[in-house]
Design a protein. Structure first.
Length: 196
């Protein structure tokens, strides 16, 4: 067994991560710190610009890449749904995966909505006193959750999806801190969207 010193690599503050945390903010200097089996290291973190004052910071993995549908079998519906699926995935997309402790259902729904909306959030400055919910989803698990998000989008079409085979090609994900809040309409991301 190897014991690791969980100190911020920037300011040497002791860290107190939760059991499932993979990235958290240092309570002293607000450096994003990734926890690995080999130790800790500073993690790149991009902040979105808030559109409201009522929010908290939540982590998202942003994948940019291409989804190629190899086979899509249904039990009914029209050819229009299959054509719409091919058209939707034809262009490269921004795919956001929620990275905090969230039910799989909520993560799929939020990720699917963002994939359909294709927001391009503007990069903001690091806030003076940020407090981000720790990330509990690492990049490998985010990649698996991304596949559920793609399935969710396709299952919402009207042609009774029976089987879907697809390939996903993405660059390494980036970690974003986005201002979000849970409302009676589900999770809402209140960040400034820039030009496409």
């Amino acid at each position: 067994m190897k014991l690791l010193a969980l100190r911020c690599p920037q300011c040497d503050t002791w860290l107190q991560p939760g059991l499932h945390d993979v990235v958290l903010l240092c309570p002293t200097c607000a450096t994003a710190v990734a926890l690995h089996d080999q130790g800790v290291q500073a993690a790149p973190l991009t902040y979105g610009i808030p559109t409201t004052t009522k929010f908290a910071w939540y982590p998202f993995w942003l994948f940019q890449g291409q989804v190629a549908i190899r086979s899509r079998q249904t039990q009914g519906g029209s050819r229009a749904d299959a054509d719409a699926a091919q058209q939707f995935w034809r262009e490269p997309r921004r795919l956001y995966v929620p990275a905090w402790e969230l039910t799989v259902h909520d993560a799929r729904e939020l990720g699917a909505r963002l994939a359909q909306q294709q927001p391009l959030y503007q990069v903001g400055d690091k806030p003076e006193q940020p407090a981000m919910q720790p990330a509990t989803v690492d990049p490998a698990d985010a990649r698996k959750l991304l596949e559920f998000i793609i399935l969710t989008i396709e299952a919402q079409r009207n042609d009774w999806l029976r089987d879907l085979q697809f390939d996903v090609q993405t660059a390494a994900p980036q970690l974003w801190a986005l201002p979000a809040q849970q409302t009676n309409k589900g999770w809402q991301v209140g960040a400034v969207v820039g030009n496409r």
